[in-house]
Design a protein around this ligand. Structure first.
Ligand code: FCB
Length: 469
């Protein structure tokens, strides 16, 4: 990838987008904790995010998901909104603490009932439901028992998955086990920037393995219990990592970044083993993945679709700003260096061609695995007019460039079958609280009124055009 290249011109983008096939799946995505609110209703138990939000200093503005977009009470109107965007499919997550308030035991019928109604509402409007079973809201009781670093959590996850699967499999075709295990493990247990906020690298590596094990256990049981054909998969967040220079230190840092960001998940999922170089790096640090005989067979259970979440790509350096190659603990430095691109409100560089490169690379390194983009989008500092409308030319341009990047990857052989914009509407952006807006639809947090932004209208028209040929 040429990191200085200009982004593709809009006319070229339109041509690329027009090359997408008529059966390409178009959707919008959300997750439970980010939109639902109703945090203590109908028997929902606390999750690690409820706890994290109540820990002073963890979330910007002291925000939390108690009310969020109040989707729990406005679901039918939100489904009508989804329908008005003209999408085929809606990706949402099920809140584990609604279904099993303490993370184990029988299903809470009121909690499960919400998703039952949501699925019926979607199907009644001709929108396909796409379920994510885990989008980061671990029941707090399971964290108290050790969380993802504890092996038992993988088995608890599979039990929970089956409660949901048994209730909805007659109407839901596509199931994603986990959303972004990298974030759960690395941000949650190593960097402490997300719930549960721990800073313990060996625990994070245990979490990686138990997240993958939970995925495999759930896939195995769902497949065995499926009474009609289902599509099972997992969603990973990935980007293209490139060395900042050709120095050995930068190349090595890039290898490690890619190893801990991409290969440590995809190799066991799709090739039946952890990447040897990363296992070696870990053992130098005295860290071991807690693999038990038979685990890799479980993790490698065949899946039908790989969900790809893409936001940005990175230049990686093995040298810090002071010129050091080792950090205070003696571990090799791995830092990111600016490419000098425009950034979103998250300060993430806008690198659409890194998306194309990622998809082409995935299709080369892990052939035969259909992919769907389960998230892509951008936060910008929106300004709504008095009616609530946002003329978000920046977000629209981001979406256009990135959908074109997907089409460019398809033209180079990547088997990408669908695209979900993140997100349907502005929502609780984790440790950034409500300060960052990713929605195609604006939410006024005082009144909770939803207003489609320019990007929503552009997306609707783009889908309409793509279907017309
Ligand atoms: C992803 C998350 C999603 C949202 C976007 C911006 O990492 O899966 O919930 O926060 O980032």
């Amino acid at each position: 990838m040429d990191t200085t290249a200009a982004v593709v011109e809009p006319a070229a983008e339109a041509d690329l987008i027009a090359s997408l096939p008529a059966d390409f799946r178009w959707g919008v995505a959300t997750s439970a904790y980010q939109i639902e609110g109703a945090y203590d209703q109908d028997g929902r138990g606390p999750s690690i995010w409820d706890t994290y939000c109540r820990t002073p200093g963890m979330v910007e503005g002291g925000d939390n998901g108690d009310v969020a977009c109040d989707h729990y009470h406005r679901m039918p109107a939100d489904v009508a909104l989804i329908k008005s965007l003209g999408v085929d499919v809606y990706r949402f997550s099920v809140a584990w603490p609604r279904v099993q308030p303490g993370g184990r035991g029988p299903a809470n019928p009121l909690g499960l009932g919400f998703y039952d109604r949501l699925v019926d509402e979607l199907l009644g409007k001709g929108v396909d439901p796409w379920v994510t079973l885990y989008h980061w809201d671990l029941p707090q009781e399971l964290e108290d028992a050790g969380g993802w670093p504890a092996r038992d959590t993988a088995y608890r996850f599979a039990d929970y998955a089956m409660l949901v699967f048994d209730a909805l499999q007659d109407r839901v075709r596509t199931w994603t086990t986990l959303n972004e295990p990298w974030c759960s493990a690395m941000l949650g247990y190593h960097e402490g920037r997300q719930a549960p906020g721990r800073q313990d690298f060996p625990a994070a590596m245990e979490a990686v393995h138990h997240l993958l094990l939970g995925h495999g256990l759930a896939v195995r049981r769902m497949r065995a219990a499926a009474s009609t054909p289902v599509e099972l998969g997992i969603t990973l967040n990935m980007g293209t990592s490139m060395p900042a220079t050709q120095s050995t230190a930068d190349q090595e840092a890039t290898r490690r970044a890619d190893g801990l960001g991409v290969r440590i998940y995809l190799d066991p999922l799709l090739r039946g083993q952890y990447p040897g170089d990363i296992v070696d790096d870990l053992s130098v640090r005295g860290v071991k993945l807690p693999v038990v005989d038979g685990d890799l067979q479980i993790i490698g259970e065949p899946i039908d679709v790989l969900g790809v979440n893409y936001y940005s790509s990175h230049l990686v350096s093995g040298v810090d700003s002071a010129g050091r190659t080792e950090d205070a603990e003696g571990n090799p430095v791995q830092s990111t260096v600016r490419m000098g691109r425009p950034v979103t409100a998250m300060d993430w560089e806008i690198v659409p061609e890194g998306f194309t490169d990622l998809l082409v690379r995935l299709s080369r390194d892990y052939p035969g695995m259909p992919m769907v983009i389960t998230e892509n989008g951008a936060a910008f500092d929106d300004e709504a007019d008095p009616s609530g409308y946002v003329a978000d030319v920046d977000r629209t341009a981001y979406l256009s460039a990135h959908i074109a990047a997907v089409a460019a990857a398809r033209a180079r052989g990547a088997d990408v079958r669908g695209y979900f914009a993140w997100s349907l509407m502005d929502n609780f952006e984790w440790s950034y609280g409500y300060a960052k807006r990713f929605g195609l639809v604006h939410v006024d947090y005082e009144t909770l009124v939803r207003t489609p932004k320019q990007s929503a209208l552009w997306y609707r028209d783009t889908i309409r055009r793509a279907r017309a040929h």
